[in-house]
Design a binder for this molecule. Structure first.
Ligand SMILES: Cc1ncc(COP(=O)(O)O)c(C=O)c1O
Length: 467
């Protein structure tokens, strides 16, 4: 339970570990600035408190008759209700299946969604590998193009719908890009794909922490059939994600993973599956993770998802305004500060003279700022943004196959959470400006993975955490 009422103004004080001192190359320490929220967010205090409050009651769920098992089962099942409410899903039509993360959720749907020879799955060039690879080989995969800047090309989507009329079973699309922060028009796309008899999965890994999502009832043409999300990107890093999807899909067929908990009755010859969601969650579930996710969505609701979106848009606007002033820094995606409300706060950039990995290392070791670099598990999209030719991509693939991944080009990504401040963004902008001017102190060496390390950066890790 929250120790004080949650609000966007007070959210920073509700972040576990905010302002933790971290060591720099010059031997000093500085409060950590986390601008890598698209990868993982820190925990919200109410989430950590809910986990601590639950731990003394923790016990096995579903089949235990003892009081703690009964209570744990109630906590686990009520987590499903919290997630359904958060997504405005209908409990009669939608079901919450807990798993480890978005990747697992999408893989499950790819294995469980009924697809036949000749069926078409549409996905976009901006997808994270987790919403691309699971579909390969499951159907004919057709990729929706993106514009040069990386925005979804909706005309091409319309074209594919016409071209594969009667065969499009599913559109799988990110709610927001983890590279450029573009927010896709998911409800309009849903209407269009429903019109031709298909369904839609929204990969909400980057959308759920930043925007209200309305799955709606199935008779609403703009409803969402499936949503996948990860709790560790929603201030609840306890190993849980969810696939929320149509009950009727999971009522049919056999589960992809079989074992204890998934059945209604087993004989040596036969098995009768339990109803969904139980048949989809074989084995003992991550109860703590579900409790944490439930508290996270309650907390996000209490802060106000719209207030979060507004606050993050203001931060994104400020960051873009300032980043555009840095000579020699290249921004990707929509760079217009005035359009910040239409995207999430994920900003990718490059300083052409300095490798992306080196920029990230300088920020970490000389400014105490955490960002991410590389292709962010969206290589086809990043290669497109970088304008790489087929020949260049082939050359980088060969280098990667030889274990020389340092040759693969990439971007630097600054990604915001609802607790970040203008001062933190200013610190990042100033650090990037210094890098662009060549003003950094360390001598950096690169390893085969493309990670840079400054010479002489000796950290006593055990001082920070017993390892
Ligand atoms: C858009 C998108 N989809 C899927 C994923 C995969 O999420 P997870 O690693 O939690 O499975 C990510 C992670 O960064 C993402 O950004």
């Amino acid at each position: 339970m929250a120790s004080e009422p949650l609000s966007i103004a007070g959210v920073r004080s509700q972040i576990v570990g905010v302002d933790r001192q971290v060591p720099l190359l010059d031997g000093s320490e500085r409060p950590y600035i986390n601008l890598d929220n698209a990868a993982s967010t820190p925990a919200l205090r109410p989430v950590a408190e809910a986990v601590n409050a639950f731990l003394p009651w923790y016990s096995s769920v579903h089949r235990g008759t003892g009081f703690k098992s009964q209570l744990s089962t109630r906590a686990y099942e009520s987590a499903r209700e919290a997630v359904l409410r958060f997504l405005s899903a209908d409990p009669d039509e939608h079901v919450v299946i807990f798993g480890r993360n978005t990747t697992e959720a999408i893989n499950k749907l790819a294995r469980r969604f009924p697809l036949a020879e000749g069926d078409v799955v549409l996905l976009s060039l901006m997808e994270h590998h987790s919403n691309d690879l699971p579909w390969r080989g499951r159907a004919r995969v057709e990729r929706i193009r993106v514009t040069e800047e990386g925005e979804l090309d909706e005309d091409h989507f319309d074209h594919l719908l016409r071209r594969f009329a009667g065969r499009v079973r599913l559109l799988v699309i990110s709610g927001a890009s983890n590279v450029t922060g573009y927010v896709n028009p998911i409800y309009r796309l849903a209407m269009k794909v429903h019109e031709v008899g298909g369904q839609i999965l929204v990969d909400a890994a980057q959308l759920a922490p930043h925007r209200r999502i309305v799955m709606g009832r199935l008779d609403d043409p703009a409803h969402l059939d499936y949503v996948a999300l990860s709790a560790h990107k929603m201030y609840a890093p306890f190993g849980t994600g969810a696939l929320v999807g149509r009950r009727d899909t999971f009522a049919e067929g056999s589960p992809d993973i079989v074992g204890g908990g998934a059945i209604s009755l087993v004989t040596v010859h036969d098995v009768a599956w339990a109803p969904p969601p139980y048949k989809e969650e074989a084995g003992s579930p991550n109860v703590i993770g579900a409790v944490a996710l439930a508290e996270a969505v309650r907390s996000l609701e209490a802060i106000g998802v719209d207030a979060i979106a507004e606050h993050e848009a203001a931060l994104t606007c400020h960051a873009l305004q300032r980043l555009r002033e840095i000579d020699g820094l290249v921004l990707y995606g929509d760079q217009r500060p005035e359009c910040s409300a239409a995207r999430v706060g994920v900003i990718s950039l490059r300083i052409p003279e300095v490798e992306d990995g080196k920029v990230a290392a300088i920020l970490a070791c000389e400014a105490g700022i955490g960002v991410r670099h590389g292709c962010f598990c969206a290589q086809p999209y990043v290669f497109h943004l970088l304008g790489l030719s087929r020949e260049e991509i082939a050359r980088f693939s060969e280098a990667a196959a030889r274990g020389e991944r340092q040759q693969v080009p990439g971007l630097v990504r600054v990604s915001l959470g609802c607790y970040n401040t203008v001062e933190e963004l200013d610190a990042a902008v100033e650090a990037l400006a210094r890098v662009a001017r060549g003003e950094y102190n360390g001598r950096y060496r690169v390893d085969a993975e493309g990670e840079y390390y400054p010479e002489g950066y000796q950290v006593e890790w055990g001082r920070y955490l017993p390892l």
